[in-house]
Design a protein around this ligand. Sequence first.
Ligand SMILES: C[S@@+](CC[C@H](N)C(=O)[O-])C[C@H]1O[C@@H](n2cnc3c(N)ncnc32)[C@H](O)[C@@H]1O
Length: 190
Amino acid sequence: MYGEFFLEFIRDRRTMGAVAPSSSSLAEKMVRDTIQRGDSVVVEYGPGPGAFTREILKKIDRNTTFLAIEKNPKMAAMFKQIFPSVLLYEDSAENIPRILGEVGESKVDCIISGLPWASFDSGYQERLLQVTLSVLREGGTFATFSYLHSLLLPAGRSFKKKITDHFSRVKRSGTVWSNLPPAFVYRCTK
Ligand SMILES: C[S@@+](CC[C@H](N)C(=O)[O-])C[C@H]1O[C@@H](n2cnc3c(N)ncnc32)[C@H](O)[C@@H]1O
């Protein structure tokens, strides 16, 4: 799994944005206080081979509508093998309104994002955030991670400013030093 992930990173750096899947410690931090009891629609962006998915499945209950959206065909194929029972759309997160419509929903309680925001240009960050805000219910949660070094990059700083401007509350977790590379979580409330 690690070899294939790294090869995809070499092939398409911008979309993959990472040399290795997230660690279980980061996955736990992403999900633990993010999904709330009673959340009925949960969406994961960019699951890759499913480090966060594993934690999400521990938190949701039988009545939760859970779907994942993965753009990279190799990652989507790997995901389907590992999680055959999870509803996966091989598509871009930008298309979440249409995808939700296909499952008979229009609003989401919680979005867990594995997207490499610091690899995206400012225009694409803004488009994805706007579409995310348009489907998130009032008071809903959007959680995403950032590599520590991204705070030094213009795209990482631009993303931080955008979420601070667009969400009513943004909380940053402590750093997970054991992740490769070290990373932290932004938990944002609409
Ligand atoms: C940094 S990897 C994270 C993978 C996994 N969530 C993890 O933390 O190990 C980013 C993932 O986002 C996917 N991705 C990038 N842009 C996307 C988009 N617009 N829509 C859906 N998935 C996307 C990539 O294909 C890749 O699988």
